[in-house]
Design a protein around this ligand. Structure first.
Ligand SMILES: *Cc1c(COP(=O)(O)O)cnc(C)c1O
Length: 964
């Protein structure tokens, strides 16, 4: 018998102490090291008093995992998941279970970061290369990106590329065929509006009448027609303009590739390759183009290079094109993309192979033929003779049919007057087709699926025009022809996973990226059918579970940000920036001040800030930072006043990208407001604010939240993410709406940021559970422990390296910058050498050279326990000693374990090892590294070689065979 109370005993179930790494004892030890009395006393020292909130946020108390999951299950069950035939880019799909469990639900895949450190990311790089190869084969073009956010934004990027590369320089007009998906048209129109392009939406066959810089067609069309668009593409080319085609990936298995029809750009969604609909996302969009436009390509591209041993090695190609470096000159503002989902789609193609995919596509097509023949036999004729999987009917009794459909839990597409459309998919069965006959024809039609099938074979009629039947082979590369049994597939997935360092191996202390715990409990509902299988355009009354979850999460986020309203539409932080700037611009217009177009951005800003400003045609004016990394107030004041007539806004990150709570933040807001501007506060660093201050309280007008940073959505190896924006009430009327889903009548005409009304709604349950599990105390404690961990790290590291910026009393916020420039000066050892050497110690490098070149920015988050921080400190300390040996001449600048890092099994099994240091020193530099060894699978990769010899498809079969 103990005398602990029941409440004491129940503490074991609390999630807070599982989420926060350091326990009471570790915290005490850390506080003693940094000379602070308590966590709260430390916070008081660091966070300026005038921005501190008086009370805990007004959200619920924490829940146990069991309770939070069962409560959310009740919410999920409010969703009524009908059988969906709505189509329009979202289809039922059968996620192979081997992929569901071993990729989507596997932290080895979902907790990895964007592969900026390619030597420890060869697994997902290989899978992304497979994705690119798959897209190239299916679309018939030369160059693919490694995923964009969704089909709508991919179409908008195609338009932007067309404007950049079109030789019809005098045209400002973009043509969109009126049979493009309506949600895509909406996204493209808003994007065009913001760029200052004109858009005409008209029947596809009228394209020749317009003097355009580019045109977008849909193949097959939104109503399902498969038409030969070669002559339309030729007409576009006659104008020296760019032809883009939005294509359905499954149909491309059977149809002639758009590239073979002459398209310059092909975009679309790879959702139906095994990625659940999730009420709109996340899914990977694909983007392919011709090699000659490679410098204009949006998003990331994976390329083949070689390592220092001459071995093929993969990396992100042309990284210098990235918005982080090119800022307002960037091709796009894309940072977080959809890597996890691109990988799922690629694995789907690997698993099924060309034959399997053909069988799947043909089966879908056959069921569609059966549906078409059966209805026609009964006098209901589909409007198009040629189709793949979608039939559209013009019905006098549309209402009756729709009512019959709903009565048997079936959703049809109904947004076109007098028409219904039916899109079949991989999940459709012959029983489903029989039900569709009942729905479309009423009882007593007397049709039999098997008999219709026999008839189709007998008459041999094809519903695909002969000129559009695919003749070119797809997926001939061995990778798509090797892993078709589950055992082989499982091992292939595992083989790739083993090459990658993710959070399930060690801390990933990337500054500004907040790589915290993504709790297993938070991931579980992502796979629940109630959430996973909902079509984004399902009637709202069927999505009440989603509505309840999204509303509640929105309410919590409004409370935590101090704003008045929120939009869940943006699919990434950078998309949130764009949405926020659109709202600011529309607000100015509503007051007759649409001329305001200056965006002030501090020199320390994240590259997406200026890239987003450029997307809304703002002019970026850079504000200086002082020697302490803070905004130079005199410069800000001078520029704001001088440019007051045209000032639109400032974009500022808080705490600053230098990891400091600027004391002047309220003054910054005041100065900008006083000169007629709005304050966009980049919320990427919200992990240093939650519960203790807020952007709204500080005085900002709008912010995005990276739910994949602060609110526990895992990074997926480079996406998915979510970037909802919070706004003050005056900006709320300018939040995005949606053409097809009237979730807020007042916003419907505002245009859309994303294809789906609530962005990647399918992963919002992760952030929902994050907050529900932690409650008001837990989310606040998380912030405090994130700051405590960062200060402990900064303090311990400062014994060996200079810490670049600190606040008034020598403290940092939730991250710190280690300055390696003096070391480089003294020893020739670079920040890159340190980053690569950390791999030998089993760590992912911190953020390199952002926001300051030659530095490492470290953000430990609240989730790392002291033991892990100490391991990292030990590694950095040991690295410092290694550098000292170079400084002292014991090792030369060329021959030392840093310059040659990372080390691989190839190194230590090299019979000619003749380095100035031992194999032991190379790969087991400290006992902890030996005890839990992570082996980089390639040596340091040659970036320059990769960009000079750009190869962005799977290596030729010969090299593949050589490597076996
Ligand atoms: C991560 C980040 C962004 C971009 O967010 P994404 O979700 O990657 O688009 C913007 N600003 C800052 C400061 C960031 O750290």
């Amino acid at each position: 018998m103990t005398n602990r109370t029941l409440a004491d005993l129940e503490q074991n179930q609390e999630f807070i102490r599982r989420h926060i790494g350091p326990d009471a004892e570790q915290t005490k030890a850390m506080l003693a090291e940094i000379n602070a009395d308590s966590v709260d006393a430390l916070i008081d020292e660091i966070v300026p008093a005038d921005i501190r909130l008086a009370d805990l946020p007004n959200i619920e108390e924490s829940k146990t995992e069991v309770k939070a999951l069962s409560d959310l299950k009740a919410v999920a069950s409010l969703n009524k998941v009908n059988k969906s035939y709505i189509g329009l880019g979202y289809y039922g799909t059968l996620t192979p279970n081997v992929i569901l469990r071993n990729v989507l639900e596997n932290p080895g895949w979902y907790t990895a970061y964007t592969p900026y450190q390619p030597e420890i990311a060869q697994g997902r790089l290989e899978s992304l290369l497979n994705y690119q190869q798959m897209c190239l084969d299916l679309t018939g073009l030369d160059l693919a990106s490694a995923s964009l956010l969704d089909e709508g934004t991919a179409a908008a990027e195609a338009m932007a590329l067309a404007k950049r590369v079109s030789k019809n320089k005098k045209s400002n007009l973009f043509f969109v065929a009126d049979n493009v998906y309506p949600q895509t048209i909406d996204v493209v129109k808003l994007r065009a509006d913001m760029f200052g392009f004109d858009v005409i939406v008209a029947p596809a066959n009228t394209v020749a009448e317009h003097d355009v810089f580019g045109a977008l067609f849909q193949y097959p069309s939104a109503t399902g027609e498969v038409a030969d668009i070669t002559s339309l593409i030729d007409a576009v080319h006659d104008k020296k303009a760019i032809a883009a085609v939005a294509a359905d990936i499954m149909s491309l298995v059977m149809l002639k590739a758009p590239g073979e029809l002459g398209a310059d750009v092909v975009i679309g969604s790879s959702q139906r390759f095994g990625v659940p609909m999730g009420y709109g996302g996340p899914h990977a969009a694909f983007f392919t183009t011709s090699d000659k436009y490679k410098r204009s390509m949006p998003g990331r591209i994976i390329g083949v290079s070689r390592d220092t041993r001459g071995k093929d090695a993969l990396r992100m190609a042309m990284q210098t094109r990235e918005q982080h470096i090119r800022r307002e000159k960037a091709n796009s503002n894309i940072c977080t993309a959809q890597v996890l989902l691109a990988n799922m789609a690629a694995f789907y193609a690997v698993y099924h192979g060309p034959q399997g995919l053909k069988t799947i596509a043909e089966r879908i097509h056959r069921l569609t033929d059966i549906l078409c023949l059966g209805t026609a036999t009964n006098g209901v004729q589909a409007i198009h003779e040629h189709y793949f999987d979608t039939l559209t009917f013009k019905l006098a009794n549309k209402d009756e049919v729709v009512a019959r459909a709903l009565a048997v839990d079936v959703n049809l597409r109904t947004d076109v007057d007098g028409h219904v459309s039916v899109s079949l998919d991989e999940t459709t069965t012959r029983e489903d087709v029989a039900v569709l006959f009942d729905v479309l024809l009423g009882e007593g039609h007397g049709l039999d699926v098997a008999a219709l099938d026999a008839k189709i074979i007998e008459c041999g009629h094809s519903s695909i025009p002969p000129s559009l039947v695919r003749e070119s082979a797809i997926l001939t590369h061995p990778v798509f022809n090797s892993y078709h049994s589950e055992t082989e597939m499982l091992r292939y997935i595992k083989k790739l996973e083993n090459k990658d360092l993710a959070l399930n191996h060690s801390m990933i202390s990337l500054g500004s990226c907040t790589m915290k715990l993504n709790a297993t409990a938070q991931m579980i509902p992502v796979s629940w059918p109630e959430f996973a299988n909902m079509h984004p355009f399902a009637p709202l009354d069927q999505a009440q579970g989603y509505k309840s979850m999204i509303d509640e999460l929105g309410k919590w986020l409004v409370e935590l940000t101090g704003y008045d309203d929120i939009s869940m539409q943006p699919n990434s932080g950078a998309q949130g920036e764009y949405a926020g700037l659109v709202a600011i611009q529309k607000y100015h217009e509503s007051r007759g001040e649409g001329h305001r177009n200056i965006c002030l951005i501090p020199s320390s800003a994240h590259g997406t800030n200026p890239a987003s400003a450029q997307m809304v045609s703002m002019k970026v004016v850079v504000v200086d930072c002082d020697k302490n990394g803070n905004v130079d107030m005199a410069d800000l004041k001078a520029k704001a006043e001088e440019l007051a007539d045209n000032l639109s806004c400032i974009m500022i990150t808080y705490p600053s990208t230098h990891g400091v709570y600027e004391e002047t933040i309220k003054d910054i807001c005041d100065i900008v407001h006083a000169n007629g501007g709005q304050v966009y506060l980049d919320g990427a660093n919200m992990n240093a604010q939650v519960g203790i201050t807020s952007p709204g309280f500080i005085g900002a007008d709008v912010s995005h939240l990276n739910l994949h940073k602060t609110f526990a959505i895992p990074h997926g190896g480079g996406g998915p993410g979510m970037g909802p924006i919070g706004v003050k009430s005056h900006l709320a009327p300018f939040l995005p709406g949606h053409k097809l889903v009237d979730f807020n009548n007042e916003l419907q005409g505002n245009g859309a940021i994303s294809a789906a009304p609530f962005g990647s709604a399918g992963i919002l349950c992760i952030s929902y559970l994050y907050i529900a599990l932690l409650g008001k105390q837990g989310v606040t404690d998380s912030t405090k422990y994130a700051i405590t961990n960062a200060n402990y790290l900064a303090h311990k590291l400062s014994e060996h390296f200079p810490i670049l910026y600190t606040g008034n009393n020598g403290r940092v916020a939730h991250e710190c910058i280690v300055d390696l420039r003096p070391i480089k000066e003294a020893s020739g050892i670079t920040e890159m050498d340190v980053a690569k050497r950390l791999m030998d110690y089993g760590f992912h490098a911190p953020t390199m050279s952002f926001p300051v070149a030659g530095t490492l920015m470290i953000e430990p988050t609240e989730s790392e326990a002291k033991v892990e921080l100490d391991r990292f400190i030990e590694a950095m300390t040991s690295i410092r000693e290694e550098i000292r040996k170079v400084e002292q001449g014991q090792w030369t600048v060329e021959d030392n374990p840093l310059a040659n890092a990372p080390h691989t099994l190839d190194d230590i099994t090299d019979a000619n090892w003749n380095r100035a240091y031992s194999v032991q020193e190379a790969v087991f530099p400290v006992p902890a590294a030996a005890a839990n060894k992570f082996w980089p699978t390639v040596n340091r990769i040659d970036d320059v070689y990769g960009d000079r010899n750009l190869i962005c498809s799977c290596p030729a079969v010969e090299t593949y065979i050589d490597a076996e």
